[in-house]
Design a protein around this ligand. Structure first.
Ligand code: ADP
Ligand code: MG
Length: 729
């Protein structure tokens, strides 16, 4: 029996796992997290205060205190039956990494004890040689180490009966280059904090700290495990490289916000419960547009914790799905012809005085503060739209961005009707002769025209890659499988840089004798004029927009290898280096890693395509071709005239043509791959993989296979069909 039919016999449709819900979420929430409350209970006063200071102000923890904290952590973990610990980190592979060690050790005299000291808490040396480093380690130092990040709380990961204490860490080489997503993220938050506080102080001297906030929305597909296992393309590349569109796709739009299928609902409640234990504040769950597509979203948190929580969630979802004999697909485009998955990154900044800097203010003065941060964000996106495009580039996302769905590859900003008018008003009224009285009146007028609750007033333009949605910007071009850290690091850094320049510009006017608020208005106006081009309120998917954007000079890079160039321009190096986020060496290394990831992904897809054709699709098609031949021959042999088998001949002709062209294309693709593989330069090779392998062959091969799927007898077709994967669960 073919894999497909054994899968169809084995699907677990209707058999859901029983998931008892908690009486109250609050009873579960944070159960497996070393929260401050638990730290208070398990640590000495001194250790607790030191931990707190380190979380709040990034202060260093000395060795004796670290010993105390480690002992407290172990005690807490042991009350929960934990025997092992690990440094948990986010290497540039895009997944999470851990290496477990037990608390158990032997003393010199052979006595067995349980131990976890400050040294083990602070630093660990994973065998790092197999993590991507983009040549950094080859050039500098062969080893790297993980270092404790006290700003993110330790937690216990439960896998079945196994429980492990996870210490969030950053991953660095011995020469100091960062090798993960987390370290530059933390640095970007520092840069943003510094420059945002400076600017916020124009309006409020009490602001001492500004933190960026993130609320992600995770889209994903869920399919039956048996279906998944019998699609080698899904198993190896995360997406289906073939598959004819089902008779019913998403055209009825009956899935979105529809009732959640029972089995998926049980899975959702299960992973939500696991997430609550880990302190991930999930709030929303619903169906998405495509069949078998869903979304979940938490309450927003400070960026570094939110990033950890998203990476953890992706891991938890995968583990829990298996319990339900389901599989979660986080790929940006697992199925052609229906919507792909993104991860909207809702981003804002909030002060230690409790103000959301992107929320319209209650008074004219706080509204001017809002406008300042609002306009600076637009300017940042305009100036660095290429860098922003680069940070979300990847083989998976290329199937979304600019591929006639989801946000286009052109980075533009949507602000809505109200705020467009406000910007126009400022542009018009702030003139050279703008005086104190004009300023006071304008400020009042603006205050009147910005509704305090913008949330209900921003019309929701779903086609914009970067949209203002009332009290935050929503970066929608991030891919569903991405680590949010990359997008957040970039956004924080371009914002830090823009605010730094803003302060310089305002201070320069003040030095010339301008009043502070007038100076601010002038610079805001200048920034609005400068970055006008990036604002777009229309349909981002339309062809007119692509043309209009080209006229405006906005970049529209549809493929990853080219989009990544923006990482290593002089402008980008200056941006990241001067803000102390990434050195040019680190940028070069990361650029190399991203290119390599791209090459490998396209290479794997090309290989799996070839293999599926030669050992699944072509044999099945040839078998059916033979049946037709036999049939025709038989009819002819018994003396019937041609009219009795002309239909069969027609089908046979079509099938034979597809078979011939398909095997020819597969041969040529293999040749093209060989040419690319011989290339030395990573960038050239990545570009070639796109233009010589993917572009000319992927769609052409798929077209033939999908035609054959329709022509070949269903009982011979070896791969689960779209309708089976998408609708049976
Ligand atoms: P949708 O975009 O699907 O309509 P919402 O607008 O309700 O959803 O919110 C989406 C996400 O925005 C949620 O995860 C929420 O936590 C987040 N969010 C709300 N306010 C902020 C903020 N100030 N900073 C960051 N994220 C926020
Ligand atoms: Mg959204």
């Amino acid at each position: 029996m073919s894999l497909r039919f054994s899968a169809l016999n084995n699907i677990n449709q209707g058999n859901q796992v029983n998931v008892p819900g908690p009486a109250k979420i609050t009873a579960l929430f944070g159960e497996n997290v070393f929260t401050l409350q638990k730290a208070r209970a398990f640590l000495s006063d001194e250790a607790y205060k030191s931990l707190l200071a380190s979380i709040k102000g990034g202060r260093k923890i000395d060795r004796t205190v670290a010993n105390q904290i480690a002992a407290g952590l172990r005690q807490w973990a042991e009350t929960k039956g934990v025997t092992h610990y690990t440094h948990w980190f986010q290497p540039l592979t895009g997944t999470t990494a851990e290496k477990h060690d037990s608390f158990f050790t032997l003393k010199g005299d052979g006595t067995a004890i349980e131990e976890f000291d400050g040294a083990a808490l602070i630093q660990q040396e994973p065998d790092a040689s197999s993590f991507p480093s983009g040549g950094i380690r080859a050039t500098f130092e062969a080893r790297g180490y993980t270092a404790w990040d006290p700003s993110s709380p330790a937690f216990i990961m439960e896998i079945g009966e196994g429980k492990t204490l996870c210490i969030p860490t950053i991953f660095v080489s011995y020469t100091g280059e960062t090798l993960d997503y987390k370290a530059p993220l933390l640095k970007s938050l520092e840069a943003l904090n510094k420059h945002a506080v400076d600017v916020a102080n124009y309006f409020d001297k009490n602001v001492n700290r500004v933190a960026a906030t993130l609320g992600w929305e995770q889209e994903y597909f869920v399919i039956d495990e048996a279906m998944f296992n019998s699609r080698p393309d899904l198993v190896l590349s995360g997406r289906t490289v073939f598959g004819h569109a089902p008779a019913k796709g998403q055209q009825l739009e009956d899935h979105y916000f529809g009732s959640i299928p029972e089995r998926v609902y049980a899975f959702m409640r299960d992973f939500e419960n696991e997430s609550y234990k880990l302190g991930i504040p999930l709030r929303t769950r619903h169906n998405e547009v495509a069949p078998a597509q869903f979304e979940c979203a938490p309450i927003f948190e400070e960026v570094s914790v939110a990033v950890d929580h998203n990476t953890l969630l992706m891991d938890v979802m995968d583990r829990v799905a298996r319990r339900h004999k389901l599989r979660v697909l986080l790929h940006e485009k697992p199925f052609a012809g229906i919507n792909g998955s993104g991860k909207h990154n809702n981003w804002s900044m909030s002060t230690d005085t409790g103000v959301n800097l992107l929320a319209p203010g209650k008074t004219p003065k706080t509204n001017l503060m809002f406008l300042t941060f609002f306009v600076n964000t637009i300017k940042a996106v305009y100036e660095y739209s290429d860098v922003l495009r680069a940070c979300i580039a990847g083989a998976g996302n290329d199937h979304r961005l600019g591929a006639n769905e989801a946000p286009p590859a052109i980075i533009s900003v949507f602000v809505g009707g109200y705020l467009s008018n406000v910007l126009a008003e400022i542009k018009e009224r702030v003139s050279d002769k703008f005086d104190e009285q004009d300023e006071a009146i304008l400020k009042l007028d603006l205050h009147r025209s910005i509704p305090e609750l913008l949330l209900d007033n921003t019309d929701r333009n779903r086609t914009s890659p970067f949209a203002f949605t009332g009290n935050k910007f929503e970066f929608r071009a991030v891919g569903s499988s991405a680590n949010c850290a990359n997008a957040m690091t970039t956004l924080n850094t371009i914002m830090a840089e823009t605010l730094k320049q803003f302060k310089k510009d305002v201070d320069a006017l003040i030095e010339k004798g301008e009043k502070k608020e007038i100076a601010i208005m002038h610079v805001i106006r200048e920034y609005i004029v400068d970055s006008d081009k990036v604002l777009f309120e229309g349909d981002g998917y339309s062809e007119e927009w692509a043309k209009e954007a080209e006229k405006r000079g906005l970049p529209n890079l549809k493929t990853t290898p080219l989009a990544l160039d923006a990482m290593v321009t002089e402008k980008s190096k200056h941006l990241f280096e001067s803000n102390d986020v990434l050195t040019h060496v680190e940028l070069e290394a990361r650029h190399e890693i991203e290119l390599e990831k791209y090459i490998k992904r396209v290479q794997i897809e090309a290989r799996i395509m070839g293999e599926l054709c030669t050992s699944h699709v072509l044999p099945a098609s040839v078998k059916y071709q033979n049946i037709l031949i036999q049939n025709i021959r038989g009819l002819k042999d018994i003396g019937l005239d041609e009219s009795t088998y002309c239909n069969q001949k027609q089908i046979l002709k079509k099938i034979s043509e597809h078979i011939n062209i398909l095997s020819d294309l597969v041969e040529k693709m293999i040749e093209a791959r060989k040419v690319c593989n011989a290339m030395e330069n990573t960038r050239t090779k990545a570009i070639a993989y796109e233009s010589q392998v993917k572009a000319p062959f992927f769609d052409a091969i798929r077209y033939r296979v999908d035609k054959l799927e329709l022509l070949v007898d269903d009982t011979h077709w070896p791969l689960p069909k779209y309708r089976e994967m998408l609708f049976l669960r």
